[in-house]
Write a protein that binds this ligand. Sequence first.
Ligand code: 3PG
Length: 327
Amino acid sequence: SEGNAELSKSFAERFPALVTGFFFFMWYFLNVIFNILNKKVYNYFPYPYFVSVIHLVVGVAYCLVSWGVGLPKRAPIDKELLVLLTPVAFCHALGHVMSNVSFAAVAVSFTHTIKALEPFFNAAASQFVLGHQIPLSLWLSLAPVVIGVSMASLTELSFNWTGFISAMISNIAFTYRSIYSKKAMTGMDSTNVYAYISIIALLFCLPPAIFIEGPQLMQYGFRDAIAKVGLTKLMSDLFWIGMFYHLYNQLATNTLERVAPLTHAVGNVLKRVFVIGFSIVVFGNRISTQTGIGTAVAIAGVGAYSLIKANMEEQKRIFISFSFLFD
Ligand code: 3PG
């Protein structure tokens, strides 16, 4: 297998763009399937806090088995690393649970339209939390994103405040997750990092699930779902959404290791375009014309914003290399 490793290594080295493309493809593919299966479960089992725990339980079980067979080898963890990863995991847990509260409450396409605002939240955080100066042109380029999402929300047929606010909270949580991840650059490989994050996030997700949904689940939640689809289907659906959830996130983390954060953020918005499209087709949701236009404007806005930002970073890079020249 050492020969194999050598072979695959040289393939990845010879065709890095192909390999990165494959990572993106798998990330999107797993995410689309996850979103569709997940919403199907909420249609007969509307318990997002509990389902969020199941996603992580399946993921953690998968990690433990993977470590057990040494694929990958478990990276050692110490107190210092734990301290770095805990805030990342907390934000991951909060963003995850809030996304799911939104998925359960409104159309999947609507949750992802609101989540397309994530770059806007990132820009706001870098200005107001990290104190970086964001140029006015960059702020202006985000205007279509905000206007588009507002247009889409105003006429969204499945609109309700629970779905809207929880998706907004998930935007804030995931923005902080990226801030803390930058501080937690550990040198550990991304698969191991994501495994530890899943374990810690699971601990954060358990108490709210027990307190908020425990009583209803015990009284009628499980009973009703089993009456509707049967125990076997309930169990297999929960297992598969957990697997898809874990694998798409692991792929997303592995992709981040291969590309710049900006590319990753743009890739994440593009992923939402696919999810929005597929979910509308699969669930046959009707969307109003204004919602359709608003969603398109928002997504085009993210594209424009990314181009401007990429340009600015390129300018900065050129400037820095020149200033070295003259030092
Ligand atoms: C989750 O369950 O955490 C959501 O699917 C997160 O959505 P995202 O990874 O598309 O932001």
